[in-house]
Design a protein around this ligand. Sequence first.
Ligand code: AHM
Ligand code: MG
Length: 333
Amino acid sequence: MITLGEYIIAKQHDFPEASGELSQLLGAISLAAKVVNREINKAGIADIIGTTGFENIQGEIQQKMDLYANDVFKSALEARGEVCGIASEEEEEFITFDDERSVNNKYIVLMDPLDGSSNIDVNVSVGTIFSIYKRISPIGEPVILEDFLQPGVAQVAAGYIIYGSSTMLVYTTGNGVHGFTCDPSLGVFYLSHENIKIPEDGSIYSINEGNYLSFPEGVKKYLKYCQAIDKESNRPYTSRYIGSLVSDFHRNLLKGGIYIYPSTALSPQGKLRLLYECNPMAFLMEQAGGTASDGFQRIMEIKPSMLHQRTSFFCGSLNMIAEAQEMMNKYST
Ligand code: AHM
Ligand code: MG
């Protein structure tokens, strides 16, 4: 049984310049995950389900657990003293850690502390997503917006925690994707899924089909392709949509599949956020042998201009994304 901490130390040669910093940083993230997990597990009997009555910067109703998770991850990252700033879905502006130790750090973290949080009220799996970059501003000075607006290709690490039937932490530092399952009796993450690879041909498609009428023509055509009967390519595919990105992504990663959140009437730029939802998932997906695009171009090459920027998101098995992109190019340009 190899723990997360042991594994990171054993793999430190993958990431020599970070030496102990990355293990400290992932240690802070895994500690915060255990605290959030403990609260989620008792959601029905503690006063933590439901909304706060407030909206976040993106006009979305904040759940009590959104704010709780945000505070837990923020405090854990600040206390560990390995990052110089963070950005979060729940915070309008990025946060600078400018005490003497933090200002000399190299790394920043972007996160969605609790993705899919409205699902907690109905006991459905949710997740935390994180993305780690090296700052581009000089060490010793406070972080600046440009540190957070780097394209996904500059990520040094990314991952998620899924609070599901078991709690898992899955991460990459650019050398494969590795998954750890939490033993709840010990509160320890053990290596359970080393070097995860997504099948090149999947047979699951995940999309909120209720928005069908306002999907781009290319997406409509692709959905009809998924539903067509063709023995050779194993169609019709199976439709699975949880409405919790981490859960939909995790299932498709293990089984093979495609996740699509395209532009819709309600979300003309797409719903998901580039910096702390799509980029980290794209990095993981590419490392697992899959791919991620906005329908036309690689997600990780998009140059962000805003912290809370949204994008269309197509993510999953190589050949499924290729087919969907072909339809986009043919019908939606
Ligand atoms: P959130 O960050 O506010 O929780 O929103 C992101 C979530 C994703 O987890 C999920 O894939 C998507 O929104 C579901 O959206 P919809 O309900 O429109 O299908
Ligand atoms: Mg989210």
